[in-house]
Design a protein around this ligand. Structure first.
Ligand SMILES: *Cc1c(COP(=O)(O)O)cnc(C)c1O
Length: 418
């Protein structure tokens, strides 16, 4: 569900014509719909109303401070994976008591920063990390609330690069070792076990992997509490999939219902870490056609956005719908839509049927709100593109286009070569 659609033959984001934004800011440009984000958040939130819960939006999906502020205004907390994300969350005014810190490679400095901020809990991903957390907590004289992230060894049936809950993945701690670790932490004066955590992957389009993981977590939860360790938070991570093409992911209501049914006898406060499902379909990347090119076997449409702006097709063979900003009745042709980067993986679509386009036409790459801008880079010395947030009939630049000066500012030439 989203608020992008044609009105009188041209693409609108809510009540703003996409062309109007392009006229002001040029291309490429990311455009987000605030109403779509609000709607997704509320639907998700309402689905969990029957139980105690905290929604900790996964900051890495889209970390623009304006987006985080919008989500904070709706009551969201944050799931962070770095000190940088912590600072973004705090800048957006997110309550530290609604922040959880995940990730396999937290540095001591990051742990220190989060602990002094007073976040809700650390989702610890290894026994060594737990030790370090204990040491830092002791040094600061401040007990560290934590959950262990379990690797429940369930197959989320998603792309290998975004599956995280299999034995062979680097994430989480094997079931067999988790209970031992809680036992050890129990008597540590500066470690405070308060929860249990798992996150099994992303873009998951059926309920069963979530249920399988929860089933495992319940067993572990009961083992831990039988040791006299009182847990309060059951963190189920994120991962609910969205429609890019013809997927049929469960609705948030269905997802919540299955989880609530399975989890309610634990009397835990649930923590949910949705990312993609909140912002994925709330954003598009608008790009301009630079050239049409016909080789002997293929037709290419070359556009001004590249894999550095949106890497998902190159990285995960991800599918994104691509539509023209002006509705077209032209005959359809089969083309590869590619960017200007000097890599063959720089494509947005292969063998895609689209209406014939010409130089200067605008294309909208749909469902680019999650893992889009945040994964962008300056490869080929391309300044990162602006981000715009539409709310009703207004739009706001929430990140300006970078300049070449921005790119060059941190670089220094040794006097030797001047
Ligand atoms: C990436 C991530 C999420 C969010 O995943 P989505 O698929 O975007 O919902 C949640 N929790 C953790 C620990 C993550 O790494």
């Amino acid at each position: 569900m989203h608020y992008f659609g044609y009105k009188n033959g041209e693409l609108f984001c809510e009540e703003v014509p996409v062309k109007k934004i392009v006229e002001e800011l040029g291309t490429p440009v990311y455009i987000y719909s605030a109403s779509t984000i609000k709607r997704h958040f509320k639907v998700f939130e309402n689905s969990f109303l029957p139980v105690d819960h905290i929604i900790c939006y996964s900051v890495k999906a889209n970390s623009n401070v304006a987006i985080l502020s919008l989500l904070r205004s709706l009551g969201s907390g944050a799931d962070i994976v770095s000190g940088g994300e912590l600072q973004r969350a705090l800048k957006a005014g997110i309550n530290p008591q609604k922040i959880v810190f995940s990730g396999v490679g937290k540095t001591e400095k990051e742990i220190e920063m989060a602990l002094s901020t007073g976040i809700l809990m650390f989702n610890v991903e290894s026994l060594e990390e737990l030790e370090v957390l204990g040491e830092v907590a002791k040094r600061l004289g401040k007990p560290a609330p934590f959950a262990l992230r379990v690797n429940p060894d369930v197959d989320p049936q998603t792309h290998p690069y975004i599956s995280t809950g299999l034995k062979k993945n680097k994430f989480g701690i094997p079931e067999e070792m988790v209970v031992e670790a809680y036992k050890k932490a129990k008597d540590h004066p500066f470690l405070k076990p308060i929860g249990l955590d798992a996150h099994i992957g992303s873009q998951i389009t059926s309920i069963s992997p979530f249920k399988d993981a929860l089933y495992r977590l319940k067993k572990i939860w009961e083992e831990i509490t039988s040791l006299g360790i009182e847990l309060k938070y059951l963190d189920l991570g994120g991962g609910l999939g969205i429609i890019y093409n013809n997927e049929e992911p469960p609705l948030p209501e269905e997802y919540a219902e299955a989880i609530i049914k399975e989890a309610q006898d634990l009397k835990a406060t649930l923590i949910l870490e949705p990312g993609r499902v909140i912002v994925g379909n709330a954003g598009i990347l608008v790009t301009k056609v630079l050239y049409n090119k016909e080789n002997l076997e293929k037709k290419f449409v070359i556009v001004d956005a590249g894999m550095n702006d949106l890497i998902r097709p190159a990285f995960y063979q991800a599918y994104h719908k691509i539509i023209t900003v002006e509705e077209k009745n032209e005959e359809e042709v089969v083309v590869d839509i590619v960017g200007p980067i000097c890599e063959s993986s720089d494509f947005f679509a292969k063998d895609r049927k689209i209406p014939r386009v010409k130089r200067g036409d605008l294309l909208a790459i749909m469902s680019a709100g999650a893992y889009g801008f945040v994964m962008s880079s300056n490869y080929n010395s391309r300044p990162r593109v602006p981000e715009v947030l539409v709310d009703g009939d207004r739009f706001f630049v929430i990140r300006r286009r970078e300049t070449i000066e921005d790119l060059l500012a941190p670089e220094m030439v040794p006097a030797l070569y001047l």
